[in-house]
Write a protein of this length. Structure first.
Length: 348
């Protein structure tokens, strides 16, 4: 097996010079560094990653713990993280927390045991997990969801404003009994999106009827069950705001199964855009999040945290965009209208 000493002899340098090249030290003369890299290629030398991580105390890996790998919201988000990680010389290990606190705990434990360089996490709602990471000195960034009672770097969207814009749009469209299907009570995004819905009702002089709110599990099946429950009520809603994309799919499926015509009998706006939202009929109105930018911002914060562990925690909050399509408008808008979350179409 080729060793660092074999590389040193082939490159005609010392073993310490080879070591400095392997560890990315800028003090090595460029010509010497090029000779070392060429010798490694010629000899087929592969550094022992485990031994290097033990010496450096950290690997060059990031753990990205997302809450549901089946949710397309996370696709562009993870791509944004990976692009920045690669630029900074890190690799990404993707972990599916699956909205399961126990599974999430196992991934956090593994990240610490493997001495990963940092963690980006969409937490399921257990502050103790974030504490476990920070107390161990692990650089960590929360993404999408705000951990309760913990001061860490975080990248979020303005959930309240996005939900308020969606609900106000339904109110402005002439809907009267507007329901809300939100997520688990322990998750910050569900709480904030429900609050935005409530604020829009209050701003319009309407009271929030408790029988028009359903808590579900952020899954397609949960959205279906919540919509079925609303339709079975003595006074069903004539519109619904749904607090994530998978539940929106389930709610729409339920409306189709029950023969409820959208948007004539029931209008709908979902939170999170869906790749095929323009292709279904009726096309689906959504509150779109800048998912790729969320990922890039989180990765940038993590690189900064790794470089400067003593830096004060910061929170980046990005804006959403309300994309009005057929499912929420009884009189359809002009094709191509793209309404921002402040309720106004952009200037052309």
């Amino acid at each position: 097996m080729t060793t660092i000493y074999d590389v040193a002899r082939a490159a005609e340098v010392s073993a310490s010079t080879v070591s400095r090249v392997l560890n990315g030290h800028s003090s090595v003369d460029p010509d010497l560094a090029a000779r070392v890299r060429q010798a490694m290629l010629d000899l087929g030398y592969r550094p022992n990653a485990v031994a290097r991580s033990l010496r450096r105390q950290r690997t060059n890996l990031w753990a990205v713990i997302i809450s549901d790998i089946g949710n397309p919201f996370f696709t562009a988000l993870v791509r944004g993280i990976e692009d920045v990680a690669q630029e900074a010389g890190f690799s990404v290990v993707l972990c599916n927390g699956d909205e399961d606190p126990e599974k999430e705990t196992r991934y956090v434990t593994a990240a610490l045991a493997q001495r990963m360089a940092g963690v980006i996490i969409s937490p399921s709602g257990r502050p103790a997990l974030i504490n476990q990471l920070t107390e161990a000195g692990m650089p960590v960034v929360a993404i999408d969801r705000q951990p309760r009672g913990i001061s860490v770097d975080a990248v979020l969207v303005d959930n309240i404003h996005g939900a308020e814009a969606a609900t106000a749009h339904l109110i402005g469209g002439g809907y009267h009994r507007i329901a809300c299907i939100t997520g688990p009570r322990r998750i910050s995004t569900a709480v904030q999106r429900l609050r935005g819905y409530q604020q829009a009702l209050r701003a319009a002089g309407r009271s929030m009827a408790a029988d028009l709110v359903r808590y579900a599990d952020y899954r397609q099946e949960g959205g279906y069950r919540a919509m079925a429950s609303l339709l079975s009520a003595p006074e069903p809603p004539d519109a619904v705001f749904v607090a994530n994309n998978l539940m929106t799919v389930g709610a729409m499926e339920c409306l189709v199964d029950r023969g409820v015509v959208v948007p004539t009998r029931c209008g709908m706006v979902g939170f999170d855009d869906i790749p095929w939202a323009d292709l279904v009929r009726p096309s689906l109105s959504t509150v779109a999040q800048p998912t790729y930018d969320l990922g890039r911002a989180a990765a940038s914060l993590l690189t900064e945290r790794i470089a400067d562990p003593a830096r004060a925690p910061s929170t980046v909050t990005l804006r959403t965009t309300l994309r009005v399509r057929e499912s929420s408008v009884r009189t359809l808008p002009q094709p191509g209208t793209d309404t921002h979350a402040d309720g106004f179409a952009p200037a052309g």
